[in-house]
Design a protein around this ligand. Structure first.
Ligand code: ANZ
Ligand code: ZN
Length: 854
């Protein structure tokens, strides 16, 4: 009766009303908030931390969220206690720049952004555990980001050093290498410059090998693993020392060390090149020509070590000795050598390294071939013929004294041994990975919890000054030395003060350096006057540990609870953008390695499974404001409902490949849902749901659909799952059998995709009456009968005397005489049986029929 009344009122599915209604009920009944302590089958389903701007979510964000949510709802129906938390990553340059652009203070803006973000997320109806929200700018959160910094500092993994840093003159801040795209600032596209500044770093390089080796064990998309591997860039080779001659400095036994992967080419070294930012130059140890000093000044003004910067160089005025040939070779300075890789210096082998070759040609340096391409052995190697490009492959050595005729591989071992005995070379591994630059001279981030105290330094010096390390134990400011004192944990958080002038200064100092109220403080050790560090931390640090915080988000006095973490971590399924393949995922892994080593957590790897989603484009192009093709989900939700939009987004293509949003498509999904509503509500009105009739064809389709949807969701192939649900609906319409056993399955399978819609159907037509709200998401995911999944047809193989003569697609379960009839009807078989007598017939049901003839 109630159902009929409902139907009368709701001939049409009233989207907005119903979506709001169930969102309210879900939240009130805590349907999606597992009991984190008692849960029996915990499943941590996580979507990458969003960093929304005040403009709100665009449909691309929703795309990613929806896929993750479908997966979580599916796991829940499979009986897991799914925890799907949500929060926002609101600190950092991204938010600050936006605040600057629209002229609002980030502290105020963040409140607006947050409100808008959460209300939009509520409207899309994801199964979030709302009471575990976190925001990175909340002191309750960044207190623990600062705590994390302190743990790294105490473990000797945080230190200060002067480094050539990328400096964006427009954002007025230091950028990490990763934030520089082809020499330009990732955020604002300005040319990046180089500056030497004292900065805080994390020693991620210490973990390079472990980070690399673990990759193999991870269930991650292969592409992402490769990206990480390349980023770490492990390279095995040797360090070789070249003695400097003629240096005007008094130090006569000065060596320049190079890193090479091709020590087999050492007899072909005709010059050395050092980076303009090499220590020996910066510290003035190498007495170089004035012309060379001018050169260094010009390149420093340009961008740091950039591959796309034109290669240039200058002769330093100095020479070195090639340890293999004893020849005197010139030392050059050039921007094609990176200060921060290997040793910051290279041996130039123009005949076998293309970059060296181009450099040698430009500056007319000698080219000496020492490797013979073994495939071109027969060719006469006339050294008078000018080579046109470097031969970079391996081969047989020539012009290399006692090493002639060895292969490159043999020569590498022997030459290394030979030079190692003279203490001029050693085996060496280099990583392209650099230490993580943590400090930012900006406002909108967690202040680094460090205090500098001059009194404490003096006290320390009196005791024992022999092994004090700059950048670890003490720091120098304007010629004075200060002890580096970590803020005691009990004094956290170091609150970010509200300051009017939060604009970056561009002086290499944070805006907090203008606030004496902030930086003047008492030393926690000696209680005398001291001052605070005024840099804030990189926003990547905020997001490198948030997943540890979620399950403990409501705890005040610890960053995370060990017991709860044991139950909920590592994350079971992590979905996010491929653009974070390298940095965010690498930093999170590093932080977990460290916390594991320090005994704070029980695992090394934070994300058991990671899948990258594709990108949503619009009308064939990337969404951007200038193109005017940015899609705002709000309008669509209003017009069609969140469920329609969700399904439409998921139907656009395979989730890992993204799709093209076009207005036209959404109507198809809308019609599909309307048809489903009509079918089920009419069946209910006509009391057909109680029908127990079974239809074998429909039975098969049903089981096939369950199998397909189950497997597709597991593999994030949401588009094909939806397609098979569409087919199933068609079959239901065709067979007109409306029994509960067919309709219920439809609603359950569709529920992860169209949650409000299916909840409404479930509550109105299927739920058992009970006082407590029984969500459709507390129902069991349907299972299938694998016998019924098989196709109902098969390919009958027809043989004559044991040779296959035809194959015909036929229905299953044929008798021998039926199969025979079919075979005799085939013109091909008729041909082979012509004028023959059948002596015997063999038949295997659902497989083969074979005729033996005379
Ligand atoms: C001599 C040589 C001869 C090299 C040859 C290559 C081929 P990966 O594989 O990336 O580790 N190199 C070393 N340090 C460098 C730096 N700071 N800046 C620019 N280039 C640097 O590359 C290692 C090779 O890159 C090294 O081996 C060195 O050039 C160069 F036929 O040394 B090779
Ligand atoms: Zn002190």
């Amino acid at each position: 009766m109630i159902n009929i009344l409902f139907f009368m009122k709701n001939k049409e599915y009233q989207i907005e009303k119903i979506e709001k209604k169930y969102q309210r009920i879900w939240e009130k009944e805590k349907v999606f908030e597992p009991d984190l302590k008692k849960a029996k089958k915990p499943f941590f389903n996580l979507m990458m931390f969003p960093y929304p701007s005040a403009e709100g979510l665009h449909v691309g964000n929703m795309y990613a969220f929806t896929g993750s949510d479908i997966y979580g709802r599916f796991k829940r129906m499979q009986g897991f206690d799914v925890f799907e938390p949500i929060g926002l990553d609101g600190f950092g340059i991204h938010s600050e720049n936006y605040a600057l652009k629209i002229g609002k203070h980030p502290m105020i803006l963040s409140k607006i952004t947050q409100k808008r973000f959460y209300s939009q997320l509520r409207a899309i109806g994801n199964a979030f555990a709302w009471s575990y929200k976190i925001e990175t700018y909340n002191p309750n959160y960044y207190r623990w980001t600062q705590w994390l910094f302190l743990q790294l500092f105490k473990a000797g993994l945080a230190y200060r050093k002067e480094a050539p840093v990328n400096f964006c003159p427009s954002c007025k801040t230091v950028l990490a290498d990763e934030q520089v795209i082809q020499g330009k600032c990732e955020r604002c596209d300005s040319q990046v410059e180089v500056k030497f500044l004292k900065q805080w770093f994390f020693k991620i390089t210490k973990y390079a090998e472990r980070i690399l080796n673990n990759l193999e064990k991870l269930d991650w998309s292969e592409k992402v693993k490769i990206a990480q591997k390349n980023w770490i860039g492990k390279s095995e080779g040797a360090k070789v020392k070249f003695q400097v001659v003629d240096n005007l400095a008094e130090n006569s036994s000065l060596f320049i060390e190079v890193f090479t992967t091709r020590i087999d080419t050492i007899f072909g070294v005709t010059y050395l090149v050092i980076s303009p930012f090499h220590e020996l130059i910066r510290k003035g140890v190498l007495k170089i020509f004035r012309e060379a000093r001018d050169y260094i000044e010009t390149v420093s003004k340009k961008i740091k070590e950039e591959s796309n910067q034109e290669k240039s160089g200058v002769f330093s005025g100095l020479y070195a000795i090639n340890p293999a040939t004893q020849e005197k070779i010139p030392i050059w300075i050039s921007n094609y050598v990176l200060a921060s890789y290997g040793t910051g210096a290279i041996m130039g082998v123009p005949a076998h390294d293309q970059r060296d070759f181009e450099f040698a040609q430009k500056y007319d340096l000698p080219i000496k071939e020492v490797i013979q391409n073994s495939e071109l052995k027969s060719q006469n190697s006339n050294s008078k013929v000018k080579i046109e490009k470097a031969y970079e492959g391996e081969g047989i050595l020539k012009n290399s004294a006692q090493f002639n005729n060895l292969t490159s591989k043999e020569a590498r071992e022997k030459i290394l041994k030979w030079l190692a005995e003279k203490n001029l070379a050693e085996k060496s591994v280099s990583y392209h990975l650099r230490d993580w630059l943590i400090s930012r001279q900006r406002y909108w981030g967690p202040p680094l919890p460090i205090i500098y105290c001059h009194h404490c330094f003096e006290a320390l010096k009196k005791k024992d000054s022999s092994n004090l390390r700059e950048g670890v134990d003490y720091e120098i400011f304007e010629g004075e030395k200060y002890r580096i004192v970590p803020v005691p944990e009990k004094d956290l958080p170091v609150r970010l003060p509200y300051i009017e002038n939060f604009k970056p200064l561009g002086s290499g100092k944070s805006p907090l350096a203008q606030e004496s109220k902030f930086y003047k403080t008492k030393c926690p050790v000696c209680h005398k006057e001291a001052f605070r560090e005024t840099d804030v931390s990189d926003t990547f640090l905020d997001s490198a540990w948030y997943f540890l915080r979620y399950p403990s988000a409501r705890l005040k006095n610890v960053p995370f609870d060990k017991k709860i973490n044991h139950k909920w971590l590592p994350v079971d399924m992590y979905i996010g953008g491929a653009e974070h393949s390298v940095l965010h995922l690498l930093y999170s892994r590093f932080i977990c390695f460290v916390l594991k080593d320090l005994g704070f957590i029980h695992f090394e790897e934070p994300f058991k499974k990671f899948r990258a989603h594709g990108l949503l484009i619009s009308q064939g192009a990337k969404m951007s404001k200038s193109r005017g093709n940015v899609i705002n989900p709000d309008e669509y939700i209003k017009k069609y409902g969140a469920d329609t939009l969700r399904m439409y987004l998921m139907f656009l293509g395979p989730f890992d490949q993204g799709g093209d949003f076009r207005d036209e498509g959404i109507m198809g999904i809308s019609r599909f849902l309307k048809r489903a509503w009509k079918l089920i509500s009419e069946a209910a009105a006509n009391k057909k749901i109680g029908n127990k009739e079974t239809k074998p064809e429909l039975e098969r389709i049903k089981n096939r659909t369950i199998k397909k949807v189950t497997e597709d969701i597991e593999n994030l192939k949401f588009n094909t799952a939806i397609a098979s649900l569409m087919e199933y609906l068609k079959a239901l319409e065709k067979y007109q059998v409306f029994g509960k056993k067919y309709l219920e399955v439809f609603v359950l399978l569709l529920a992860p995709f169209a949650p409000h819609f299916c909840e409404a159907l479930w509550q109105n037509f299927f739920a058992k009456k009970s006082k407590k709200f029984q969500s459709v998401f507390s129902q069991k995911w349907p299972s299938y009968d694998s016998h019924l999944v098989e196709k109902d047809s098969f390919t009958l193989i027809i043989q004559v005397n044991g040779r296959v003569r035809d194959r015909i697609e036929v229905g299953k379960g044929l008798s021998q005489s039926e199969a025979q009839k079919i075979a005799f009807n085939s013109p091909k078989i008729q041909k082979w049986l012509q004028n023959k007598k059948i002596i015997k017939t063999f038949y295997i049901q659902n497989k083969i029929i074979n005729f033996l003839t005379n």
